[in-house]
Design a protein around this ligand. Sequence first.
Ligand SMILES: [Zn+2]
Length: 128
Amino acid sequence: MPCPCGSGEEYEACCSQYHLGTANAPTAEKLMRSRYSAFVKQEIAYLKKTTWTAQQKHFDEAGYRDRAANSIWLGLTIHATEDGLETDTRGTVTFTAKSMINGSIDDHTEKSLFKKKIGKWYYVKAVG
Ligand SMILES: [Zn+2]
């Protein structure tokens, strides 16, 4: 099965290993992609685990669960990345996540900030 993140790879060779915890996303873009595919796969624990640790206490697990379950996911487009490579400790990814919720199309475009701590990338917040 192709990975929902749109990489063109099989799910097992792509985001599945991050969702299972057998590997860590090596770049901010891969973390972003794996978080999108976590919505598709309803891997809510992964969304929490990859949120910047200081912000996990504010993570609205029920809200994310509802959003993931009630959406039809239509695709992810990465528009731009700044830094966020394997040698970086921070980076941004600008993307559009397209979904249908309650019968209407939602194009969620966001520039997200990611930071790396002890070899793992985390989603910090939207910065644009
Ligand atoms: Zn993937």
